[in-house]
Design a protein around this ligand. Structure first.
Ligand SMILES: [Mn+2]
Length: 446
């Protein structure tokens, strides 16, 4: 991988202008930010575009006479064969499913080098490795890169591989500090349970009256601040409070059928930037919301420290999260349809379906089947599919399911084994679901 990174750095040094194209989720936006910052520092003039998807026919939108170098971040893995045909130099920094390699494309993908693209590196941390090959001074971008990896949920259950090394170095360099604490990201316990859909407490999350009643019944002071309950506070009383809240939430989650993995992750390493002490999970969810609400550029500005960006991003996040909460609350009483091996539901908005499928499967739906969220948008059906580590260990590969099933009905799909997506023509959803059901059945019984 180091060789490929050196090749990338060398290619960059012979250019002045560069088109950077990144994905529009938290990983893509932070990765685009990290790459762009590093390129500016190296004396180049980058032009960054963040996009939801990249079809072969879109590529011409990004090339004009002046474009001699294109860099793809957290996107591009599925298009290597087509990128090879481009008249420009091409660098791809992506961790999605590895399909093929072509000598003319400089292609840094962890899956290509014996690493796990779902856990060991994200698009943004791959972009950080690229930035570091350009200049060691780019270490200050590590917190943003980590926010991207967290956006892809690579820290759940602990970081591994190069991601872990990056975090360790960032701590050593005084850029980041880690605290073991309840994984609630709002300021207070009350806000966390009311606003954050993760963890999702059945019958309570998202409903103020129920949250208040719940806290009264179990004698929890909702105003308790999460930051006060960290492992190094040395305050015995706070330590006990934290344990108590943890056990109450755990009990609730056991009642609603959550798996051990979910319960274990309630307490985890939470990363804060230094200085400033911003919760990196929080940064990640703000950037994610910007992308999902069609304002990727605001995510960039937030990281760049633009005045007012944080307040605007917070408002967008609340807009986005309220849609996710509402859909999950509806699904509590009207659960997904089940086929033999999969479960599925429809939403009006495609952008919330990844989160709804992921959180829903973990906290509300059948834990033994991957969840597919569908939305009919402008003549197409957009699909998000989410599984679990346990299902993947049992053979589930949703990237394969989405790719094969989508292609059979005239669409496109791919992603990761645990989380993937597809876009298919309208009216083909039943056929897609039937194919997906068969594919999952085959994978899990293998
Ligand atoms: Mn990614």
């Amino acid at each position: 991988m180091q060789n490929e990174l050196e090749r990338a750095a060398k290619a960059v040094r012979s250019h002045k202008f560069v088109r950077v194209i990144s994905h529009y989720d938290a990983d893509g936006i932070t990765g685009g930010f990290v790459a762009t910052k590093a390129l500016i520092r190296a004396g180049l003039s980058p032009h960054l575009t963040m996009t939801k998807s990249l079809a072969p026919e879109d590529l011409s939108d990004y090339t004009d006479a002046g474009t001699k170098l294109m860099i793809f971040v957290d996107i591009g893995a599925s298009l290597i064969d087509i990128l090879e045909e481009m008249d420009t130099d091409v660098i791809v920094l992506d961790h999605h499913r590895f399909v093929s390699e072509k000598d003319s494309v400089i292609y840094v993908n962890p899956n290509r080098f014996g690493l796990n693209g779902m856990k060991d590196l994200s698009g943004s941390t791959t972009a950080l490795l690229f930035a570091l090959v350009l200049d060691d001074k780019n270490w200050d971008l590590a917190p943003f890169a980590l926010a991207g990896a967290f956006g892809d949920r690579q820290h759940i259950g602990g970081l591994s591989g190069p991601n872990r090394l990056i975090a360790e170095q960032a701590v050593k360099k005084g850029l980041v500090t880690i605290k073991r604490q309840l994984r609630l990201s709002e300021k207070t316990v009350y806000d966390s349970i009311l606003y954050s859909p993760d963890p999702f407490i059945k019958g309570i999350t998202g409903r103020a009256q129920q949250v208040e009643e719940f806290f009264r019944t179990v004698h929890i002071d909702g105003d308790t601040e999460i930051a006060d309950m960290t492992d190094d506070s040395g305050d015995m009383e706070m330590f006990e409070t934290s344990n108590y809240i943890n056990s109450i939430i755990t009990l609730q989650l056991i009642k609603q059928g959550c798996e051990p993995e979910t319960l274990e992750n309630l307490v985890s390493d939470v990363y804060y930037t230094l200085p400033g002490r911003q919760n990196i999970d929080d940064l990640s969810s703000l950037v994610n919301a910007c992308g999902r609400r069609g304002k990727s550029g605001l995510g960039f500005e937030l990281m760049n420290g633009t005045e007012g960006a944080e307040a605007e991003a917070s408002a967008l996040r609340e807009e986005h999260r309220s849609l996710i909460r509402s859909r999950l609350i509806e699904l509590e009483s009207d659960p997904p349809e089940e086929k033999e091996a999969i479960q599925y539901f429809y939403s009006d908005e495609a952008v919330i379906n990844g989160a709804v499928a992921g959180i829903g499967r973990e906290y509300l739906f059948n834990r033994d089947k991957p969840a597919f969220g569908l939305a009919v948008v402008a003549g197409k059906v957009e699909i998000s599919a989410r599984g679990s580590t346990k299902l993947v260990k049992n053979g589930l590969n949703l990237a394969e399911v989405c790719r094969v099933a989508a292609e059979k009905v005239g669409g496109r799909g791919g992603g990761h084994a645990i989380a993937s997506g597809a876009s298919i023509p309208e009216g083909k959803d039943e056929e897609f679901l039937k194919l997906a059901d068969e594919l999952v059945k085959e994978q899990i019984t293998l």
